[in-house]
Ligand binder design. Structure first.
Ligand code: PA5
Length: 402
């Protein structure tokens, strides 16, 4: 890709002022939701998200990166993003509804799975003669949709998802922020990291930007048939980032039509893996299998905890004796990357100094920007999802027929 083309794409993205790129600047919103949460948080033991797709994956990913690693976990956080009757039944058995707040999240405000879950728990709350206003908050489009209407008719607390922010780009909106504030994450830093990434994006040469390097590699390699992107962080804390990225890449880039309405059927297939665990389940395929993938490593330079393998009396294990787990993990990462290089398998490494709200905000913005760049490179609209909408419409039709 020529430099001038990359600069053109950068300019195009900056001029478009995409909704997701502006979210980190909304300090007033953060202050407002922080105040509301401060006034209410002590009422609840459990916070449950009812939502699906982009309304669930972002908050769940933040929970897994941060909350699950806290020493003190004063509340339970649950994301219910399926309608499997066994799953819903078993989770609802665990809830003390008197102390539960449901965050019903849906951009459209009408997704059947989320609406079905809402009415299911609404009926349980009303049967207990509890006030619905105390047990449901909505996060939805500022104007349209069932949730918005129901909230105003029933005095339910409701928060906006800006109109120009779609589900899979909403992690830095109220979708991710409200859950994160209940988890006592530092959302100011999360947004500051994202803002810093966007600022760098606007003020640096594309050749120096991770978002461009990643998107360029994905698009160039896909021309050689490498259509699979394997996201492989070398930290367990980013395992669910793979799920979030899976949706982002699948729905944004998998498109039938380009912007000129020509049938192109483009797409990149995301795949999740985790270092070191998947060295023992998937690496064989990555090294010796078809050359149809690129591996995106995420390497963390500093871990919160320092632990060391003790001195081992067994001479067979002397090589492990006194070695820190960080060193072992890093050596395995370097070895894995080297083995891929030797086999001629494409890969790229994204580095994080540490896992903090700032660095994760930065990474999330980088990955969303890389998707916007891919949208330009493929000349497609990466912000719609006609394939998903179609299934929503068909679900309603099948239900009416049966
Ligand atoms: O990225 C998207 O827009 C979709 O995948 C949505 O997140 C998903 O369909 C859920 O939609 P909603 O948030 O409108 O309930």
């Amino acid at each position: 890709m020529q430099d001038s083309q990359l600069h053109q794409i950068q300019k195009q993205i900056i001029n478009s002022n995409y909704g997701f790129s502006q979210l980190p600047l909304d300090k007033d919103n953060l202050e407002n939701i922080q105040n509301i949460i401060n006034q209410n948080k002590d009422k609840y033991e459990t916070i449950v998200i009812l939502g699906i797709g982009g309304s669930a994956l972002g908050p769940r990913c933040l929970q897994d990166i941060f909350y699950n690693y806290k020493v003190e976990k004063p509340k339970r956080f649950i994301v219910l993003d399926n309608i499997d009757p066994d799953y819903l039944t078993s989770w609802s058995r665990e809830l003390n509804l008197e102390k539960t707040l449901f965050l019903v999240i849906s951009k459209s405000g009408g997704t059947p799975e989320t609406i079905a879950q809402f009415w299911y728990f609404h009926s349980k709350i009303t049967k207990l003669q509890l006030e619905i206003q105390n047990h449901f908050w909505f996060i939805t489009d500022p104007v349209v949709g069932f949730l918005r209407k129901f909230a105003s008719e029933n005095k339910i607390t409701v928060f906006d998802i800006p109109q120009n922010v779609g589900g899979r780009f909403s992690i830095l909106s109220n979708v991710g922020l409200i859950f994160s504030l209940f988890m006592e994450l530092d959302c100011e830093k999360l947004l500051a990291g994202a803002a810093s990434c966007y600022n760098n994006f606007c003020n640096n040469n594309p050749e120096n930007l991770t978002s461009f390097k990643l998107a360029n590699l994905q698009s160039q390699e896909s021309k050689q048939g490498k259509n699979i992107t394997v996201m492989m962080p070398y930290t367990h804390r980013l395992k669910l980032l793979g799920d979030w990225y899976t949706q982002l890449l699948s729905e944004s880039i998998g498109k039938k039509l380009n912007r000129d309405n020509q049938v192109v059927n483009v797409g990149l297939t995301p795949h999740g893996a985790i270092g070191v665990s998947d060295q023992h389940s998937q690496l064989q395929l990555f090294v010796e299998g078809p050359k149809d993938k690129i591996i995106v490593f995420i390497k963390v330079n500093k871990f919160d905890n320092k632990i060391t393998i003790p001195q081992i009396p067994n001479p067979e294990h002397e090589y492990l004796s006194g070695v820190s787990f960080k060193k072992l993990l890093e050596s395995e990462f370097l070895a894995t990357r080297e083995s891929l290089n030797e086999a001629g398998q494409s890969n790229i490494t994204l580095e994080l100094d540490e896992i903090s709200e700032f660095s994760i905000g930065y990474l999330l913005m980088d990955l969303m920007l890389s998707i916007a760049i891919l949208g330009e490179l493929y000349n497609i609209n990466c912000f719609d999802q006609p394939g998903v909408e179609r299934s929503k419409i068909l679900t309603k039709e099948f239900l009416k027929k049966s």
